[in-house]
Design a protein around this ligand. Structure first.
Ligand code: UDP
Ligand code: MG
Length: 319
């Protein structure tokens, strides 16, 4: 028995096929490289799965008492699952890994070595390739990271995964950000601390299929922008100012033209275009404002980020 413990947090939504594969791989890595150094705790967060995920976890629990779990009353999303995992982890180090083996447990020994020997607080992982992903998806993902780098204070690294190992300090820092609209990639970047990045090649899903459609990813990207930047609000103001300036110059131009050349009635098609353009810009600006308002509204309600239906944790059992 060593004194330190590693908690492996696994957000799982409909992962009945992946979880046994994940468990096996994790145990293989642990038994070969980590057993003598550190204790292990699994913390599966069942995010309201509709398949047999919970039964699979119960079965594992029967044969291995290092298995702990939290099961949500419905699907609250991966962000909520990560929060629940961090909140209920009892290890000195916490790692977040996807159930589908896209975050290779084989990187964990190296991560632990870095945290222990090189005194980093946190070790992140980033994919250097996006092999096996639809090209359009990769393209938009890249653009998103470029845009975020320009407009946000949080450092968000291209290709960064949620897969990371952190010590208690970092876990507490993340938990102290109690916002309801959680964008983990932004939160991880915002908190700072000494962080080292490990790079690896993209791995395809072991089983099952991705829960992210293009549309879901698009909305997620918008959430990220709104959560970590107020630049869109500035865009509306700047557009408004430019429009006022253009209109002002146009008015002067028209007055002078009328005084010099008289007033032949003409140009109503261009007028319609201008009205439509300006109406469009106004609606867009109100829309942007509305997005921030909506988020503020949800934030002020202070709802719980997740609700537990059933859980088995280190020191308590909720049924
Ligand atoms: N996940 C979750 N709740 C959700 C969607 C996904 O807990 O609402 C989990 C999922 O089970 C997996 C991880 O988040 O362990 C990553 O999901 P996925 O593999 O579908 O995303 P991708 O790797 O394609 O980005
Ligand atoms: Mg995946």
């Amino acid at each position: 028995m060593s004194e330190k413990m590693l908690t492996v947090v696994v957000p799982s939504y409909n992962e009945e096929e992946s979880i046994p594969l994940f468990y096996e791989e994790m145990i293989r890595v642990y038994d070969t490289e980590l057993k003598d150094k550190i204790d292990l705790e699994f913390l599966f967060v069942d995010d309201g799965s509709k398949d047999r995920t919970m039964e699979v976890i119960h079965e594992l629990n029967k044969k291995d008492d290092r298995i702990h779990y939290v099961s949500f009353s419905r699907n609250f999303g991966k962000e909520a699952a990560i929060y629940a995992g961090l909140e209920n982890a009892s290890g000195d180090y916490v790692a977040i890994l996807d159930a589908d083996l896209q975050d290779p447990p084989a990187l964990l020994p190296e991560m632990i070595r870095i945290v222990e020997e090189e005194h980093y607080d946190c070790v992140g992982s980033r994919r250097v390739t996006r092999k096996g992903e639809p090209p359009i998806r990769s393209f938009f993902a890249r653009q998103f990271y470029k845009l975020m780098a320009k407009i946000s204070q949080a450092e968000i690294v291209d290709g960064a995964r949620d897969f990371q190992l952190m010590n208690k300090k970092v876990v507490n820092a993340i938990l102290s950000m109690g916002e309801y609209n959680r964008f983990s990639k932004g939160i991880f970047g915002w908190i700072g601390f000494r962080k080292k990045w490990l790079e690896y090649e993209n791995v395809e899903r072991a089983a099952g299929e991705t829960k992210w459609s293009f549309w879901k990813l698009f909305l997620y990207a918008l959430d990220g922008i709104i959560a970590f930047s107020t630049a869109p609000l500035v865009i509306s103001s700047v557009m408004g100012m430019v429009m006022c300036l253009v209109a002002f110059l146009a008015i002067i131009f028209i007055i002078i033209k009328t005084l010099v050349f008289g007033d032949p009635t003409s140009g109503w098609p261009s007028m319609v275009c201008i009205i439509v353009l300006i109406a469009g810009i106004q609606l867009l600006s109100i829309g942007i404002l509305g997005q921030y308002m909506a988020k503020t509204y949800l934030e002020t309600k202070n709802r719980p980020k997740y609700l537990i239906e059933e859980a088995k944790l280190q020191d308590k059992e909720i049924l």
